[in-house]
Ligand binder design. Structure first.
Ligand code: NBG
Length: 786
């Protein structure tokens, strides 16, 4: 990077109107990022050119959880140390500037982060993949704790302008709703592949009104009305819905979906028409992946554009559409399957609704011709009981449907979507999720990364994670294993310092760091973890000399603001934290931390410092999980159920190097009918004692009501749910045993390091590079362009 210092000085003057020396860290961060952008942009333009005329893939996703960009970009540009030293010469400290960047938190959890990892991998592998989505003005809420309760605060991530995106005003498009037209303005962010050979684009749309200001209303002194249209339009992309694995039938949410999908498709069609005068080759040049059903309205929208605007006949258009789209399913939870009330569609986007009716009609006719009738046929109706089933629409309109781990894809095929599988078996396939090693190892754990490079004698693993397998040869090398343990200790100390600063809790890096970080949901069973902690606490109270390795239990989780039980569980864990951390009698043998505002940047610190990875969902409920892979990549054994990708991870790294417990999917199927958690409650030692803390006054105050609800959900159920639907009580004993095994195994330091090492060495399969290769070859049919 030539003359970086000069560029920064210039940008400092033009952006902030003062000299660099007078700028604060935040301003300096922006100046540096803008300077980096100046370097990227010409390469970005070239990269765009090399894809011209080639088949390209498009990722349609309502969420992208990008986190911070600065360091990641410098790493992928391979110029981080160079920049650091230039800054040092200028008297600027890189790390304090790095901390100034807001996380781009435009996603809820795994689904949005997967999109971000995919973009990184595709660019690194030189695949033409463009991300399309929504530029939310407010991302996922910031979480605060007040007396242990979660409080949500707006995430104003654009308070300072985002230096990584460029507004492309001239490429705006018009999106029509029944109640008026909205302007969709694109903001492009470069996605820099590792080594900078390819720079792809993430294009996010912002909603604006055509009429920014109504002069007549203003003159009539109707000040609110003078900006009403502007405000209404901007509301569409104002805020990300904070629901994870739960769908809310809100009109605004539907508007968001249609808004970004329509804008993106219009963008593709416009570009296509600039080069070709018909659509005969459209499917040969476009593959669109629907990230869950949130963008599934793309299917009727493309039909509408092709038939009503481009005047292509219906059958031909349908052939194009069903050759372009592919759909990824991300959940097995019934409450997360999107259905839209037809009334919303009819009033907001009637022209699209009419197309869905036609698609539904066509499908029903097809099925009738095949001999389907009665309930058998009714099952498949896309519109039924005044609702549109978005998954049905996505499956019918796509050429491919995939789950995100082998278990999940099998459950889809043989159970949840078995009828669809029988209808079109060739559409079904699996694409086990992955994560990018650039962010989740190279960036977040440079210490371990350097060590790996040193041992392997090359950096090839950065773009070919399978190379980690070659670390197996050091499995009996105590020198290596000790170095690994030292590095882990360093990461734990760094985390301990950070937690002291942020959470004001002192933790001991010699204790076992046992970490559960993910969205808060009953099926993920943070409650199981909490019960075991309490059980251990009570045992320590009875016997303060109990021989255990000191443990630090760390949680990080946000609950959807309207999810009462999940919020109750957060409060409960915070209460447990208070009880335990303030009890001098147990002399710090166990500690509990619930980190505030868990996000991508916090995650980077947590994954790399973990000794134990908690992946304890009810078997058959976690579609894949990707946090599990981030721990594994940092050499952390999994304490987990046979669920999602855990199964494949353990297959790679060996069950003996992980701690697997609990019911399996087949057990659950077998016992569900007759399961009565009261039996466990009465007979499993210690269980009643911990469960009763929900109601016996151990924790008092205004949370009592929430706890009563949790208690009842475990023991009594409700009229819409069996007691303990997630089998917390049933799995308690086996979980506790697995925790005891961890305690025992951890004492043998070298034995423990070997388990960690096996996990690290076998994490290669879980690179999102592998996943993207599979999507590219098996679904999108796109080529790398160098
Ligand atoms: C989530 C699943 C995870 C999975 C991610 C990414 C939704 C709807 N699903 O198990 O719960 O890892 O998707 O595929 O957020």
């Amino acid at each position: 990077m030539n003359n970086m210092a000069d560029i920064m000085k210039r940008i400092s003057l033009s952006t902030f109107g003062k000299s660099l020396a007078d700028c604060n860290d935040k301003e300096k961060y922006i100046i540096l990022s803008k300077s980096v952008m100046e370097d990227i942009i010409p390469k970005w333009i070239d990269s765009e050119k090399k894809f011209e005329g080639k088949k390209r893939a498009y990722y349609f996703s309502a969420e992208y959880l990008m986190g911070r960009s600065l360091t990641n970009n410098l790493i992928n540009m391979k110029c981080k140390s160079e920049i650091e030293s230039i800054l040092k010469d200028m008297g600027i400290c890189y790390s304090s500037m790095e901390e100034q960047e807001e996380d781009a938190g435009l996603g809820n959890g795994g689904l949005g982060r997967l999109g971000a990892c995919f973009l990184d991998s595709a660019a690194t592998l030189d695949y033409p993949l463009t991300g399309y989505g929504i530029r939310y003005e407010f991302g996922l809420f910031k979480q605060l704790f007040k007396d242990g309760f979660q409080i949500e605060v707006g995430d104003d991530w654009l308070e300072y302008p985002d230096p990584w995106s460029i507004r492309k005003q001239s490429e705006s498009v018009r999106v029509s709703f029944a109640d008026g037209d909205i302007l969709a303005v694109p903001y492009d962010t470069p996605i820099i592949g590792y080594g900078q050979n390819t720079i792809n684009t993430l294009r996010l749309w912002k909603s604006e009104s055509f009429e920014k200001f109504n002069f007549r209303e203003f003159n009539d002194q109707n000040y609110d009305l003078s900006v009403k249209e502007k405000n209404d339009a901007e509301n569409i992309t104002k805020v990300l819905y904070p629901n994870d694995e739960y769908e809310e039938g809100k009109k605004l949410r539907l508007k968001q979906q249609y808004f970004f999908v329509s804008a993106s498709l219009q963008d593709l069609v416009r570009r296509h028409k600039a080069r070709y005068d018909n659509f005969d080759n459209f499917a040969q040049l476009h593959a669109i992946q629907l990230n869950d059903t949130h963008p599934a309205v793309a299917i009727p929208e493309l039909m509408r554009i092709l038939t009503e605007i481009q005047n292509i006949n219906w059958d031909k258009a349908w052939d194009i559409v069903t050759d372009v789209f592919a759909y990824t399913n991300h959940t097995l939870l019934a409450e997360a399957l999107e259905q839209w009330f037809t009334g919303f569609y009819k009033t907001l986007i009637p022209s699209v609704y009419r197309i869905i009716e036609k698609i539904n009609f066509q499908f029903v006719e097809e099925l009738r011709a095949k001999g389907f009738k009665g309930c058998e046929l009714d099952y498949y109706r896309i519109i039924s009981h005044d609702h549109i089933k978005m998954a049905w629409l996505a499956i019918y309109g796509s050429k491919s449907i995939n789950g995100v781990s082998q278990l999940h894809s099998d459950i889809l095929k043989y159970k949840e979507l078995n009828n669809w599988y029988k209808l079109s078996p060739q559409k079904f396939n699996n694409k086990t999720n992955g994560i990018t090693q650039r962010r989740w190892l190279l960036k977040s754990n440079p210490e371990l990364s350097d060590f790996i490079t040193e041992l392997l004698g090359s950096e090839d693993w950065i773009t070919d994670l399978g190379q980690l397998k070659n670390l197996e040869r050091f499995i009996d090398d105590e020198g290596v294993l000790n170095r690994f343990l030292e590095i882990k200790f360093t990461k734990k100390k760094q985390l301990a310092d950070y937690i002291l600063e942020k959470e004001k809790i002192e933790i001991d890096p010699n204790s076992i760091f046992d970490i559960q970080i993910k969205r808060l949901h009953e099926y993920k069973r943070q409650l199981l973890n909490a019960f075991n902690i309490l059980d251990l606490y009570f045992k320590l109270k009875e016997n303060p000399d109990l021989d255990i390795v000191p443990r630090t239990f760390i949680f990080g989780a946000k609950a959807a603001p309207g999810y009462v039980i999940a919020k109750g569980i957060i409060k409960y864990i915070n209460d447990i934290k208070q009880l335990i951390n303030n009890d001098s009698e147990i002399s710090g043998k166990i500690k509990v931390v619930f980190v505030e505002n868990y996000n991508v940047s916090y995650a980077e610190r947590l994954f790399s410092a973990a000794d134990v990875s908690e992946q304890i969902s009810t078997a058959g409920k976690e579609a894949s999980g990707t946090g599990n892979m981030k721990f594994m990549l940092n050499g952390t054994p999994t304490l987990g159920t046979y669920d999602g990708a855990n199964i494949e991870m353990v297959k790679e790294a060996g069950e003996q190097n992980n701690f697997i417990f609990g019911l399996r999917t087949e057990d659950i199927e077998e016992i569900t009918q007759n399961y009565n958690p009261r039996q466990e409650y009465e007979t499993v030692s210690g269980l009643k004692r911990v469960v009763d803390t929900l109601i016996d006054g151990t924790f008092v105050g205004i949370s009592a009501c929430m706890y009563m609800e949790i208690y009842k959900s475990l023991l009594d159920g409700t009229n819409w749910r069996r007691p303990d639907v997630y089998f917390v009580m049933k799995d308690f004993e086996s979980y506790r045993n697995a925790q005891q095994n961890i305690n025992d195994a951890f004492k043998d330091r070298i034995g423990w390091a070997k388990k960690c090492w096996r996990n690290l060495a076998n994490a290669g399969k879980f690179s999102s590079d592998r996943t993207i290769e599979q999507y590219a070859r098996e679904i999108w049919d796109i080529e790398k362009v160098y």
